[in-house]
Design a protein around this ligand. Structure first.
Ligand code: GDD
Ligand code: MN
Length: 455
């Protein structure tokens, strides 16, 4: 049944679901056993300032949101309904203004054993807050999605997004946050390493308009990471943070924290710019901001895992370093290109080593060098396929056609390299400069052309 509130232009599509909840205008709200809406605060004016949604930096976007709702009024109201327009009901107005205030996004890969405890602790920590939990699973073999959906059956505040054929912490967080309609979005690990009792204090910072982004930080005040991180990872984490601060040119103590809360409009705005790979979502979010944002860090102690094992690996570290270096270059060099160049440099080493071995085996120089160069190109192709382009990895027949194309394009790159070096040498008569210019040109050609024609 569609209801129209002529005073507010709030139009909802009302239906009941099995869990005894009612959805209205897309937002779900709790309903008592007798079907009456549970008591709720009235927000007739949709005052974004009071909700803490409005900030000077994002004023344009948020007020645009309000205007869209108001403009929708005449059109929707005049469309009416077969059964006629339903007269104003304060209950409808209340309900329409009552979405979730806070979406908690928990990325989860093989976290089945942690989810019930996570939901229990969130419910305890967030009493009095209209919160929801979105678990974003990447088709975990341990049945994380089934567990999350089981919990959702008995608690409609819980939702599970199950992604298939995709992996990545950052991508999972982005999808969860983009599914939110709440003014505030929090991100928390599903393994209970983050202290959920900090959430109300984080929310207060946003509600009371003291910040746009609140970070649960291990490196301010009373915060600590000693319980949850080994000595080696602790040192790595500090180094990662130092690099990040350098690249961000912002004074953030824990920019790689996986625990934070942000105004949703900010997230919505930067989402298209965020990288979906790896662990660096917060760093990326801060680095991708276009408007100044106010950041507050609140201390907490990073706990040991409740169950299961960490998914942080060397690939996540590589990704992170790539992103930081890319930001340090002022976004000039994409992270993927950096990785491609590092792989290229590794090819040079392969080339030298194999040529030396073959010459040591008395193979004449020319064939030894040719074989070494071909093997270096092959190893470059295979490493790029496994690492640089692992999200677009070629398999089977496409691996072979891709390899042939890669060799052809790199052959062109080599000719261009030599030609550019000759030109520069002719013009400037500086050997080293000519060689470097040729190499840079060749490398950029190889990256650009293979990224389009191979992967
Ligand atoms: N959906 C999905 N897909 N979730 C993932 C994936 C993935 O590919 N990889 C990891 N996760 C989930 C985990 O299940 C967990 O809930 C959360 O993301 C964090 O992953 P962990 O594997 O537990 O990370 P960690 O504890 O080693 O790293 C923590 O500290 C880092 C900084 O030191 C996290 O908080 C990171 O976010 C943080 O950057
Ligand atoms: Mn963890």
């Amino acid at each position: 049944m569609r209801r129209v509130d002529p005073r507010q232009g709030i139009v909802g599509h009302q239906s009941e679901n099995r869990a005894g909840w009612r959805t209205l205008g897309g937002a779900a709200q709790p309903q008592g056993r007798d079907g009456a809406a549970m008591p709720a605060r009235l927000h007739h004016d949709l005052d974004l300032r009071r909700h803490g949604l409005f900030t000077p930096a994002f004023g344009r976007q948020t007020s645009g949101l309000v205007r869209t709702q108001i403009q929708a009024e005449p059109e929707l109201a005049s469309r009416g309904e077969e059964g006629g327009t339903i007269p104003y009901s304060s209950e409808v107005a209340e309900s329409a203004a009552q979405g979730f205030e806070l979406t908690v996004v928990a990325p989860a890969f093989n976290e089945a054993d942690n989810l019930a405890e996570l939901a229990r602790r969130l419910a305890a920590a967030l009493q009095g807050v209209r919160w929801q939990l979105i678990v974003v699973d990447d088709d975990s073999p341990d049945g994380t999605a089934d567990t999350a959906k089981g919990l959702a059956q008995s608690d409609p505040r819980i939702t599970c997004i199950r992604r298939v054929k995709r992996r990545g912490l950052a991508g999972a967080v982005i999808e969860g946050a983009l599914a939110s309609a709440a003014p505030y979005v929090a991100v928390i690990d599903a393994d209970l390493q983050h202290d959920e009792t900090l959430l109300p204090a984080m929310l207060a910072e946003l509600r009371e308009d003291r910040a746009d982004l609140v970070i649960g930080s291990r490196y301010v005040g009373e915060g600590s990471a000693t319980e949850g991180l080994s000595v080696v990872r602790g040192a790595g984490s500090k180094l990662a943070n130092r690099l990040a601060r350098l690249a961000l040119r912002a004074d953030v103590a824990d920019p790689v924290s996986g625990f934070f809360m942000v105004r949703r409009p900010i997230f919505d705005e930067v989402a298209p710019k965020l990288s979906v790979q790896g662990f660096k979502i917060l760093f990326d979010l801060i680095a991708s901001r276009t408007n100044p944002i106010r950041i507050v860090e609140l201390p907490y102690s990073f706990r040991a895992r409740y169950a299961g094992a960490s998914k942080m690996d060397s690939m996540a570290v590589t990704d992170y370093l790539g992103l930081v270096l890319s930001k340090l270059s002022g976004n000039l060099i994409p992270p993927r290109a950096l990785l491609f160049f590092v792989v290229g440099a590794s090819g040079l080493i392969v080339n030298l080593v194999i040529a030396k071995i073959l010459i040591g085996l008395h193979v004449p120089f020319a064939p030894a060098d040719a074989i070494a160069a071909i093997l270096a190109m092959t190893s470059n192709f295979l490493i790029n396929n496994e690492v640089t382009y692992r999200d677009r990895r070629l398999r089977g027949l496409r691996l072979i056609t891709g390899y042939l194309r890669f060799c052809a394009l790199c052959g062109v790159g080599l000719i261009a390299n030599i030609a550019v070096a000759a030109l520069v040498h002719q013009a400037l008569h500086v050997n080293s400069l000519a060689v470097v210019a040729g190499a840079v040109f060749g490398a950029v050609w190889n990256y650009g052309s293979t990224s389009v024609a191979v992967w």
